[in-house]
Each structure stands twice: as C-alpha cells, then as structure tokens.
Design a protein around this ligand. Sequence first.
Ligand code: GAP
Length: 487
Amino acid sequence: MADSTVKKKSDSPEKVMEKIVSLCKRRGFVFQSSEIYGGLGACYDYGPLGVELKKNIKDAWWDFMTKEHDNIVGIDAAIMMHPKTWEASGHVASFSDPMIDDKTSKKRYRADHLIEGYIRQLEKKNKVADAERVQAEFVKAQNAENMPKALYDLIVAEQIKSPDSGAFNWTEVRQFNLMFKTELGAVADDASILYLRPETAQGIFVNFHTVRESARLKIPFGIAQIGKAFRNEIVKGNFIFRMIEFEQMEMQYFIKPGAQKEAFSMWQEKRFNWYADYLGINTENLVWYQHDKLAHYADAAYDIKYKFPFGTEEIEGIHSRTDFDLRRHQEYSGKNMEYVEPDGKERYIPYVVETSCGCDRLFLMTLCDAYEEDVVDEEERTSLRLHPKLAPVKAGIFPLMKKDGLPEAAEKLLKDVQKYFKVQYDEAGAIGRRYRRQDEIGTPYCFTIDHDTLKDDTVTVRDRDTTKQERINISQVKAYLTDKISE
Ligand code: GAP
C-alpha cells in the first residue's frame, strides 16, 4: 500500500533522543530502576511493552541461530561460575578500562573516551589535520606496552581539559577492573570470591565437551546463549546504551584451525544481513568498524555499528578468538579440550568465531530506527514503524461505538485472536485517538467493528504506516495477521 502520510521536519538528534526516552517511560517500554529512591545510574527496568519488544528481538535472534542452523544449539549457563574461569579467560588480569580522575571536580573518566571526545571536537571545528594526527597518536598509545602511561602522555601533550570542570588537573591513568566481585558463603577470604560474569561466552567454552557429546555435534558447530552480563562501567548518559547489568546474545562457532578466515567472512555476512531481514533495520544506518587494537584473545575483530542520534556506536562484535579460550581452560582445569575428528585421524583444540551483540542496544537501535513523526489529516502523530514481528502488540481491536452490540462483537473477535497474538481491546474515545495510541506503540494493524460487521461479517483493517483502510471478512483476521507477521 502506498504511504499517504507526510513526514514532519526532523528535530535535532538530542531532541529526538529526548522524545524516545520520554515515549519509553510514558508508554511503558523502559523505566529508570528503583526510581522512587531517586534511581540507580545505568540500571533500567523494562515495562509491559518493553518486555514484549525485547522478547521479540531475542526470539528473532534465537530462531535464526538455533532453528535455521541445524549445527547450532542453545544453552543457558549459570551467571556464577567457578572463579578459576575468569583467571583462565584473562578477565582477572586484563578486563579493565583506563581511568583518569579530574582532581578538581572529583569526577572519573575513561581516558580513551576523553581522547575520542577531543578528536570529535577537532573534527567539528574542521581541524582535519590535527584530528588525524591525534587519531594516529591515539592508535599508537592504545598499542603501547605501557598503555595507561601512553594515554596519559597524550592527554598532557594535547592539554585535554576536563569536560565538566574545564580544569587541567588530572591524576595519572590507572587500569580499573570491570568485573563485579561478590563472596560465597559466610567467611570472606580469597578462595570464596566470585565474579558476576562480564560476558556469557565463558559459560559456552566450559561446556564445550558436555554440549558436543550430548547433542552429538561434529565440527563445525555452534553454541548460542542469551543471558545477563555485568560490568562495572563508568557510564555517561545515552539511556540504555551502556548499562552495568545488560543482556548479551552470543554464539561461539567451533571450527578446525585454519578455517577461521572463511568462517569469519561467513558470519560477518550473515550477521549484517540479519539486521535488515529479521529486525527490518535500514542498513544505511549500519557501518562496519575494524578494530585497530585487538582484545587479548582475538586475531581479527570487526564491530557492526549503528548510527544512533547520539553518535555511531557498537551494537555487535564479531571476533575470531583463535583457540585462546579452550586452550586456557585446558591449562587451568587440567581437562583435555581437544576435539577428535570422527575418523580418528586428527585431533586439535578448535578455533572459535564469535558473534556477540547486546540485546539492550538492539532494543534501543530498533526504537531509534522505527521512531517517526508525520502529519496525518493535518494532525501530527508519532509512530513506531516496527516490523510486525517485533511489535509488542500486533493488533488493536475496536468497536466503533459503545452500543448496538458492537462491543460484544469486538470482544468475540478479541477472544478468537488473543490465543495466537498479543492484541489490545480499546473502546475509549474517538476512533482517531485510538489509532494514535496504537501508532505510538508500533501496533501495525487495527480492526474496527461497525454496524456493517453485524450485517455482512466484514471488519475494517487499518495499516499503521500508510493509514489506508480495507475491509476483510472477520473470519480472515487470524490469517491476515499470520501472513503479515511472517512476511
Ligand atoms: N564475548 C565478547 C564480548 O563480550 P564485547 O564487545 O565486550 O564482547 C559484546 O560485548 C556486545 O555486548 C557489545 O557489542 C554490546 O552490544 C554489548 N555490551 C557490551 N557492554 C555493554 C554495556 N555496558 N551495556 C549494554 N550492552 C553492552
């Protein structure tokens, strides 16, 4: 159907973000955590519509991984793991960010973010040569043997000032471990220290053999997992983009050493296409970013970034992790992590290509991509142009009036379809207002029962994006929604 709406002139990116955050609170997508106590920074709760949207995003990922690939299976590992896991994985020694304190304001910053902000300012001022020079120095500093000192020296050389106080009164740069520690049992000693997992991936690595044997898998195969991860991040704004408690969707693909380049390209392509094909994201808003500095475990790493209103930022990492993790778990646990080819001729520790995205970031991206303001019948409206598969509510069901048996007929339709879809009944206010309420939460279709319905069993179906209406037989509503959602 052709789109008959008129797009509204766009607001500034800051204003757009403000409106999305306000919509999230007003309509029950996302709330600040423990708000009655003033909130807890970087922690958020998902409301009634938020949980539905988040679940639909997770289902799209889970189904793609575990249903469309017959060599990928899922697990749900515990958040708490044996503390040796994190020694083996390298997180105890090196999962840290370089932090610097402004002695004037007592505020703490990530040194690398400070320099990135400074480069962005130079670009904004059109000082292109300076921006390129500092960028080159920044890459060198990140790869330096004493990275914290190299970052500090660059901050001093460029006289980078504190964004909040404007002072140039820095401490040295220190590494700050991002893992949350907790204690097991009543007696606190070194042996009882546990960590909240900072990534879900390690739950997959330690289960490599148990999953492979129980599911009778042969290389290449993958293990997928969705679950919470925790990082003690120094967080600055941007809503749910960077949280201390968040959800990851990770898949480790186990391959023969030497096959990593081919597997890496395959997963790069699959993951990029997934955003358009399964979430309906406009791929013009997605960009590839190649890492200059590799994590301790990787031999290649790319991110997919999304053009958020507040900047182009990472949503997913695709990493070639070599045999680092399995080899280290073999070393630290004393258990053999080798795979033996079915013909028994070759044995090796498998290599791994990982795809890792943050569910909360995909949630925010989906909202930003779908958010639209336009003018319909000379009236401004806000809509979320979500793919019907992702929409928290699939259909609104309305009686045209609260009389003449119309509510009863609408309730009958509601009962028939709510077994299959999340739908909402609404009889309050003018029909136009009811449409607007559904548009704002992304409901793709609204069905209205009127006097003709009682005569000929037809209903009006109205499309969220085009606002066009057509009449279909009431017995076709379920099939209509099924078709549209699976399109
Ligand atoms: N296992 C690899 C790994 O954890 P990562 O790049 O640190 O890699 C993967 O994280 C994804 O997890 C990121 O692309 C991002 O989407 C999400 N993520 C990481 N830290 C996050 C945070 N503090 N808040 C929300 N999402 C986060």
